[in-house]
Design a binder for this molecule. Structure first.
Ligand code: KIV
Ligand code: ZN
Length: 383
């Protein structure tokens, strides 16, 4: 049973993340990522979309065999054949889940599904019940929920829960919503759907307007207790909500987000590196939490503050996500940081006069190079 402030972390790096152009991974790479996710402490691993390809099916089967703690899930359209194949792929997992979805917005129902809204409702009732006959853990997603008419969305959610769905996911498929709107959507669903207490609500956001993390946190404030996210925020188009951002926002601002997750945050950096390597998606330097510069300080004023007390410029410890602080030396650095680095390199008794000369030389190097390395410093002191 889930307690009121626990948030389930549903990782979809291997499905929505891998689905974006250029991110596909081999079976071996997927197994490596899945094991890292399990060690990170995610609650659910969406291992793929079983019917999409033989490779996806095989990876889900193999991941299901080796994952010790997390629930393993496969995506399926709300179609009997998709659901059968998804179940076949996950049936040997310790905790299997079928995740089935159907579009609900007018634009998707009319142009993509080419169905009527009534027939979509019938399909949800029939296929969710079919999935629930195969396994007790069934998630149903209303694709494009955030652009769906609210009365109709309520009907779809009620129908899916009546048919046996245990998790209801309301994705912002196209990254269109805003935090205030997203929170309100969850509140309305909770107020208007009569059987809503029988399911856990889930938020799944895309980053097209750069609001995926903010929207997901707003979804939690509105009552969602599962967040769907990916490592490094990889995913369709501009990506999905980044797992590391959600987890560290909850941890760092627990006064504002009074929730808890089971994530071992010290494993975040390691997992990020494994995913970057496997997917070939290099993390941008200024990416929150896992970017190269997320805990790096170059300017003299910041470095001076950091040497005196790290809390001056760090709101969380780098160690809490498996990293170290990095005082980068460059043309913006000050004398305090230079002295500190020389001391770390073993030059502990530099006089003020020595340091003054070294600092002038150091700035000359800094003007020519982006970073002044330890090697440059040793050369400088020896000269
Ligand atoms: O973004 C989306 O709507 C999805 C669903 C298939 C869950 O990824
Ligand atoms: Zn998605």
């Amino acid at each position: 049973m889930q307690d009121n402030n626990s948030v389930i972390i549903f990782d979809t790096t291997l499905r929505d993340g891998e689905q974006c152009p250029g991110a596909s991974m081999t079976l071996e790479q997927k197994l490596l990522v899945a094991s890292a996710l399990d060690e990170l402490g995610v609650d659910v691993i969406e291992a793929g979309f079983a019917i999409a390809s033989q490779g996806d099916f095989d990876s889900i089967v193999e991941i299901s065999k080796v994952i010790k703690n997390a629930t393993v899930c496969s995506l399926a359209r709300t179609k009997e054949r998709d659901i059968e194949v998804a179940y076949d792929a996950i049936k040997n997992a310790r905790r299997p889940r079928i995740h089935t979805f159907a579009s609900t917005s007018d634009i998707h129902v009319k142009h993509k599904l080419k169905m009527t809204k009534e027939s979509v409702l019938e399909m949800i009732a029939k296929q969710v019940a079919f999935a629930r006959n195969l396994t007790n853990d069934v998630e149903w997603s209303a694709e494009d929920a955030t652009r769906t008419d609210m009365d109709y969305l309520c009907k779809c959610v009620e129908t899916a829960i009546n048919a046996g769905a245990t998790t209801i996911n309301l994705p912002d498929t196209v990254g269109y919503t805003t935090p205030i709107e997203h929170k309100a959507m969850f509140e309305t669903i909770r107020n208007r759907v009569s059987n809503i207490d029988k399911a856990i609500l889930s938020t799944h956001c895309h980053n097209d307007l750069g609001m995926a993390t903010a929207n997901s946190l707003a979804g939690i404030a509105g009552g969602a207790r599962q967040v769907e996210c990916t490592i490094n925020g990889i995913g369709e188009r501009a990506g999905n909500t980044a797992l590391e951002e959600i987890v560290m926002a909850i941890k760092t601002r627990n006064d504002v987000f009074p929730y808890k997750t089971k994530i071992v945050s010290e494993n975040i950096m390691r997992t990020s590196e494994i995913v970057a390597k496997a997917s070939g998606f290099i993390v941008q330097n200024n990416k929150a939490i896992v970017g190269k510069n997320a805990f790096a300080h170059e300017s003299g004023i910041h470095q001076d503050g950091m040497i005196k007390n790290k809390e001056t410029y760090e709101i969380m410890t780098p160690e809490s996500v498996g990293r170290n602080t990095h005082l980068a030396l460059g043309k913006h650095s000050g004398r305090a940081a230079l002295k500190d680095r020389f001391e770390q390199l073993g030059y502990k008794n530099l006089s003020d006069e020595d340091l003054k000369i070294l600092f002038i030389e150091f700035k000359t190097i800094g003007d020519k190079k982006k970073n002044v390395s330890d090697e440059d410093l040793v050369k400088l002191i020896n000269s």
